[in-house]
Design a protein around this ligand. Structure first.
Ligand SMILES: [Zn+2]
Ligand SMILES: [Zn+2]
Length: 314
């Protein structure tokens, strides 16, 4: 790819950046994961996530301010409050399914999401493929292209920029490979790097140009993504080029879903900053479809079920 082409693509991924302003913070996604798993009370969040009280209080407040959670009384008779999920948070379901599916495909010693998702339409444990709704073909990094929308929009970068140097708290505390997907989602720079590398191999300079991340942050995250076995590097001429490994492909639906969520909820009625096109030349409108019965996967036909002990030990 020429430098000119690279320039043209710079910062195309603005939808993702915008969603990550809200979601891409250490702990945020882990808290939401708990929410999807039915956790509602402060003490439960704290116990399940092993998170400092002060941090948890801050994150819950932040999620309430951003209308992902809201407080309501536990019951008609009790005045103490619990944290319930808003429609905006529940709309992240594709993101959560992809996190769950990734962990199912790469089951590790620690069971990060110790429950099963059941597709009630067919009664099977969820197995699903992210597919274009126009042509039914899988939506993969190879089959999706990105075009800046007309008129182009400026990326909302200020808050994200501020966070880019932030420590990877959640990621580091869950360094066990079992926690990969859940912890990575909570780290904006890692997501952006992975997103670009899923589309094409890039050297450090072009990666910096596309993500707007400085070299130090880039090197730190690249090291981490390599340690997690999600990317690798090859020498091309005098430069080192980084590429996503096949194992990382499961993150593509997650990143696309995040970007679409950003378009729906954080766009102030403007057109999306970028158009995502499938190889059938239609605007990408992808969804998970069941591998067993072909039905579309939606919250109303998914049931969360505690995992049986025998499966847990497998
Ligand atoms: Zn298509
Ligand atoms: Zn099914």
């Amino acid at each position: 790819m020429s430098d000119q082409e690279i320039q043209k693509q710079v910062r195309v991924a603005t939808s993702l950046s915008r969603a990550l302003e809200i979601i891409g913070e250490s702990w945020t996604m882990l808290i939401l994961k708990e929410g999807f798993n039915g956790t509602r009370q402060f003490g439960e969040f704290q116990k399940n996530l092993n998170i400092p009280k002060q941090t948890l209080a801050e994150r819950l407040t932040y999620l309430c301010e951003n209308e992902l959670l809201y407080k309501r009384p536990i019951s008609a008779k009790k005045t103490s409050l619990q944290y319930a999920m808003t429609a905006k948070a529940l709309d992240l379901y594709n993101v959560m399914y992809s996190v769950w599916l990734w962990h199912e495909a790469h089951r590790a010693r620690i069971d990060v999401l110790p429950f099963d998702l059941i597709h009630t339409s067919c009664g099977k444990v969820l197995g699903a493929t992210f597919r274009c709704r126009h042509c039914q073909q899988p939506a993969t990094p190879d089959s999706v292209t990105f075009e800046p929308s007309d008129p182009p929009q400026e990326a909302h970068e200020s808050r994200l920029k501020r966070r880019k140097g932030a420590a990877v708290t959640a990621g580091k505390s869950s360094s066990d490979k079992g926690a990969i997907a859940a912890s990575l989602v909570g780290d904006a720079p890692s997501n952006e790097i992975l997103f670009h590398l899923l589309r094409q191999p890039l050297n450090l300079q072009n990666l910096s140009l596309q993500t707007g991340l400085n070299a130090n942050v880039l090197r730190e995250r690249i090291e981490r993504l390599e340690a997690l076995d999600l990317i690798d590097s090859t020498q091309v001429g005098r430069r080192i080029e980084y590429a996503a490994k096949e194992r990382a492909n499961g993150f593509f639906p997650l990143l696309i879903s995040l970007a679409e969520w950003g378009d729906r909820w954080c766009n102030h009625a403007n057109p999306p900053p970028e158009m995502r096109l499938h190889s059938c030349q239609e605007l990408l409108n992808a969804n998970y479809f069941c591998d067993h019965c072909d039905g579309r996967i939606e919250p109303r036909n998914i049931r969360v079920q505690p995992r049986s002990a025998s499966i847990c030990q497998a």
